[in-house]
Design a protein around this ligand. Structure first.
Ligand SMILES: Nc1ncnc2c1ncn2[C@@H]1O[C@H](COP(=O)(O)OP(=O)(O)OP(=O)(O)O)[C@@H](O)[C@H]1O
Ligand SMILES: [Mg+2]
Length: 459
């Protein structure tokens, strides 16, 4: 509008000057030209003023009126600037949000430029690879991660799979990292890392466990298969046949025990913690345990001359699963009976501790356990003396079950042992799981091994 008006104005002035000239009026022509020149000068001045304002970033100082072309120009440029500044601020805020999200990712994130230099990495990646997020910016990743597996992977350009790297971790096991590179925007690369140490450990444990179970089952199975073959192929005397059948029964019983212990363990691992609503009097637990212990002692030939003493010094009720607690107590008593030689003493005691907890302990005068074995006792299939444990039909799962039961009741197994003198296995049910306690029974003199003992808690 304004432009058209200005053009019309100039055209009108030029026309007036022309008419003035035709009519011979020089004054009129000069007047019209002067007006045109004035107008052009004014436009030039205002255009320059706008240019200077743009150059010096002082647009706001100009009058922002849309009445004429320069005013409207200034107004529109100022608005466009405001809009683009706002967009820039919004983009920066979004970028910051993205970076915060990446920073808080549990996975390591590294952005590499075309030459494989670190453009950005989050703190997790810095911890995984031992980078300094600031200092190592623009360093080549190949110089910082020296693992040959990684170097070969990076150079291959084939990133459709992950690689597992072993990174040295100070004061702990090496960190196992799963790393994958994803190319983007031409030759740039996004590198993701994930800590798979626990997964790898679990996988290794699973392999060991499967190997152990297979081994434990294969031995009695081989023996059974051998006997079956003998019975099938050889004409045996009646007495011989009965002997073989008895040995076969022993082996199948061994397998049954193993399977039942494995089932107990998996049930303990997979079920909910026992609630604190089930209260059991200690004497009920002890009665069951005593019956089992004495029965086992009568059946094992080496345990014939053993002295077994059961004493409740502190009668109370404990909260938890009765079945699980009796199984843990019986496991400890059966170990004492099985590993203590003839003539030995076994003391089984329930008593109170100063903090209100109720402690169960089984002390024996057996062979004791060397310190290096103690921390491993609750591992599945761990046996100190393989031949002796097998002799007595042990599967090596007893203390693993005890450990799980105790964990589920908020306590741990403690072991004190002196090689050659004996062992004490004990656990304390915390005061929060004990009620209606009262002293009872008589004190035993030789309840504990106290000299040179090593005490270890197996959590
Ligand atoms: N009172 C003890 N005295 C000496 N050694 C013991 C005693 N209790 C346990 N041990 C050792 O600890 C090992 C692990 O015991 P654990 O009860 O887990 O397995 P186990 O007795 O061999 O088999 P089971 O699964 O039948 O109990 C045993 O093999 C034995 O060597
Ligand atoms: Mg045992």
């Amino acid at each position: 509008m304004v432009t058209r008006f200005a053009l019309l104005f100039i055209a009108a002035c030029v026309g007036a000057a022309g008419v003035g000239l035709l009519l011979g009026s020089h004054y009129a022509a000069l007047g019209a030209l002067a007006v045109v020149l004035l107008r052009m000068g004014l436009d030039h001045w205002r255009g320059r003023r706008l240019l200077v304002a743009l150059r010096t970033d002082a647009l706001q100082a100009l009058p922002q009126r849309g009445g004429d072309i320069w005013g409207e120009l200034a107004q529109r440029i100022a608005r466009m600037r405001r809009d683009s500044e706002m967009q820039l601020r919004q983009s920066e805020a979004r970028l910051k949000e993205f970076l915060v999200a990446l920073e808080n990712s549990p996975n390591g994130v590294v952005l590499l430029d075309e030459k494989g230099r670190i453009e950005w990495c989050n703190q997790t990646a810095a911890t995984h690879f031992g980078f300094d997020a600031q200092r190592d910016q623009f360093q080549s990743i190949g110089n910082l991660v020296r693992d040959p597996v990684f170097a070969a992977y990076l150079a291959s350009g084939k990133y459709d799979h992950e690689v597992v790297l072993s990174m040295p971790a100070p004061a702990s096991l090496p960190l196992k990292l799963s790393v994958q590179v994803h190319p983007y925007a031409g030759n740039r690369r996004l590198m993701l890392s994930r800590d798979v140490t626990a997964v790898e450990q679990a996988e290794a444990m699973r392999r060991i466990f499967v190997a152990n179970v297979s081994h434990e089952i294969r031995t009695p199975l081989t023996v059974l298969a051998g006997f079956i073959e003998t019975l099938q192929t050889l004409p045996l005397e009646e007495a011989e046949r009965i002997r073989y059948l008895n040995l076969m029964a022993q082996q199948s019983h061994r397998m049954q025990t193993l399977v039942s212990d494995l089932l107990t363990l998996s049930r303990l691992e997979g079920s909910l913690q026992p609630g604190s609503g089930e209260w059991t009097p200690i004497h009920a637990l002890m009665d069951y345990c005593e019956q089992e212990g004495r029965a086992l002692s009568r059946t094992l030939p080496h345990a014939q001359g053993q002295t077994l003493r059961f004493e409740i010094r502190w009668d109370c009720e404990v909260a938890g699963s009765q079945t699980e607690l009796t199984s843990a107590m019986s496991n400890l008593v059966s170990n004492a009976v099985r590993y203590t030689p003839a003539g030995g003493c076994i003391d089984v005691i329930w008593q109170s501790l100063p903090d209100g907890a109720a402690e169960f302990s089984v002390s024996d005068t057996g062979p004791g356990i060397a310190p290096e074995h103690i921390a491993h006792l609750t591992e599945r299939f761990y046996r100190v003396d393989h031949s002796r444990s097998r002799e007595t039909g042990g599967t090596g799962l007893g203390l693993a079950i005890v450990k799980h039961v105790l964990q589920r009741h908020g306590t741990v197994l403690k072991v004190q042992s002196t090689p050659g003198k004996g062992s004490t296995f004990s656990f304390a049910i915390p005061a929060s799981r004990v009620r209606n306690g009262r002293a009872s029974g008589t004190n035993l003199n030789a309840a504990r091994q106290t000299v040179d003992t090593i005490s270890t808690s197996l959590s």
